[in-house]
Ligand binder design. Structure first.
Ligand SMILES: Cc1cc2nc3c(=O)[nH]c(=O)nc-3n(C[C@H](O)[C@H](O)[C@H](O)COP(=O)(O)OP(=O)(O)OC[C@H]3O[C@@H](n4cnc5c(N)ncnc54)[C@H](O)[C@@H]3O)c2cc1C
Length: 428
């Protein structure tokens, strides 16, 4: 029996992330899928002091926590020490989950490779993979740094129905296709490495990650966006104990329970619909008196028998006890009336913030933190391009992100040709 146990459910991208971190380190684990097993679900809650989220990881019987906790162990080097892996540190095999087609061997970088790269792409969502595909097909041998979420936000949903040409079974399949296509043409991928610092004042640009320091003639930023938090009392305290940002991961814990979904956009509605598979009833709390979600989604949810709407209201506090969440305090924004609404789960989908913290002071951002780009995906620093949600608060779609990623790669190729004073190869 392996020293590591990973408790998972079926639709859980964070479980895939945890498993991939372990695989990339060559650590064997036993996976226990609790999807259809209520006894195991209760066991997990008991063993973790009331956690209602997955993955939950145990090493030698000790509860480590979720994927973030495991990632922190990996980044700090603690995991290596626990499994005596320091000697094997030099190479990271590709993770198990998203293997390309059999005949392709994923190229893997040495951690201390100081060669100057043509293009470094930061981010592994639709924008990053599209940029990688185009840059690789232009023979630029791009390096793509995935960060902690392969597939980006797409990996946090189940279905993608509006990506032209893709009629696959689920979002994970789309990510697999994107990744293997990028690798097929020669993209080098640094799996689960995270960029911690950039220096765009020098050229070649310097990119520091948890694992290495790299230099590049051009950089394409595709770091996307992350979910916004409510920042209210109780939210942090009950995170994982009833507060969740991923219905597909944690919905199973709320079988026959009453839950609250906060938000009124596409994500909130999609996730609420997913929760109808498990929860007995869903109360969707929205600060306005109508949904912002697209009409197809609205049609699906407005007449759903399990979904009730609490309009013109915001959640001001999440309350609970040692067992987890048991209520939310709501305020009607029109009347100011406050009510206590009993619930066992709070799923938060109130929008996104761009992942641009590490670029502050290096390139121009707008007042909301989005990277400012022109129509050619150029940022304020020549040679640095940005694509996808990190520079787009208007469309925020997989297809628009992929489109801008492709455009950024074409521009990066032009830029390199220009600074090297050679003809634009025009291979794209
Ligand atoms: C629940 C949900 C459902 C959705 N459904 C749909 C849908 O049906 N159709 C649709 O078209 N769109 C949908 N979207 C939107 C779509 O997923 C996004 O528009 C798209 O993923 C944005 O792509 P991106 O490549 O710009 O960024 P993201 O997908 O956000 O990817 C960002 C990438 O950057 C990486 N990263 C971040 N910081 C760092 C760092 N410091 N170092 C290295 N890497 C880093 C992350 O690991 C990740 O790989 C949905 C979004 C959500 C949340």
């Amino acid at each position: 029996m392996a020293r590591v146990k990973v408790y998972t459910t079926d639709f859980c991208p964070y479980c895939e992330k945890a498993k991939s971190i372990l695989s990339s380190k060559g650590v064997e684990y036993d996976e226990i899928n609790i999807q259809d097993d209520e006894k195991l679900r209760d066991e997990i809650e008991r063993l973790t002091g009331g956690r209602r989220d997955v993955p939950q990881i145990f090493i030698d019987g000790e509860h480590i926590g979720d994927d973030d906790a495991l990632e922190a162990l990996a980044v700090s080097g603690e995991l290596d020490k626990m499994f005596n892996l320091e000697a094997q540190e030099a190479t990271l095999p590709a993770p198990e989950i998203i293997l390309p087609t059999a005949e392709i061997t994923p190229p893997v970088l040495s951690h201390h490779d100081e060669k100057i790269r043509n293009v470094i792409i930061i981010g592994a969502g639709p924008a990053g993979f599209a940029a990688a595909l185009y840059a690789a097909r232009a023979n630029l041998h791009p390096v793509l740094i995935t960060g902690s979420e392969i597939g980006g936000q797409v990996s946090t949903t189940t279905d993608i129905e509006n990506y032209p040409g893709f009629k696959g079974e689920n979002a994970a399949e789309l990510i697999q296709i994107m990744q293997s296509q990028a690798m097929h043409f020669g993209t080098e991928i640094l799996f689960f490495d995270v960029v911690t610092e950039v220096d765009f004042a020098q050229h070649p640009f310097r990119i520091k990650t948890h694992e290495s320091e790299l230099f590049a003639k051009s950089v394409i930023i595709c770091t996307g966006a992350s979910h916004r938090k409510l920042n209210i009392p109780g939210e942090a305290e009950f995170a994982g104990k009833g507060v969740s940002y991923c219905a597909t991961c944690d919905g199973f814990f709320f079988q026959n329970r009453s839950v609250v979904v906060v938000g009124g956009g596409d994500s909130a509605v999609e996730e609420a619909l997913f929760l109808t598979r498990f929860a007995s009833e869903i109360h969707l709390v929205h600060r306005r008196d109508r949904l912002r979600a697209g009409s197809v989604l609205q049609k699906r949810i407005l007449n759903h028998e399990k979904v009730k709407f609490i309009w013109d209201s915001v959640v001001e506090e999440i309350q609970g006890d040692e067992k987890g969440v048991n209520a939310v305090r709501l305020r009607n924004v029109k009347t100011d009336e406050q009510t206590i609404h009993p619930t066992e789960g709070v799923f938060v989908f109130i929008g996104h913030i761009p992942n641009t913290e590490i670029f502050k002071g290096q390139i121009e951002l707008d007042e909301r933190g989005y990277i400012i780009t022109d129509k050619r995906q150029r940022t304020s620093v020549p040679g640095v391009f940005a694509a996808g949600d990190v520079q787009d608060h208007l469309f925020r779609q997989a297809i628009t992100s992929a489109g801008s990623g492709a455009a950024a790669a074409i521009e990066a190729e032009r830029y390199i040709a220009e600074i090297e004073d050679r003809a634009y190869p025009g291979r794209l």
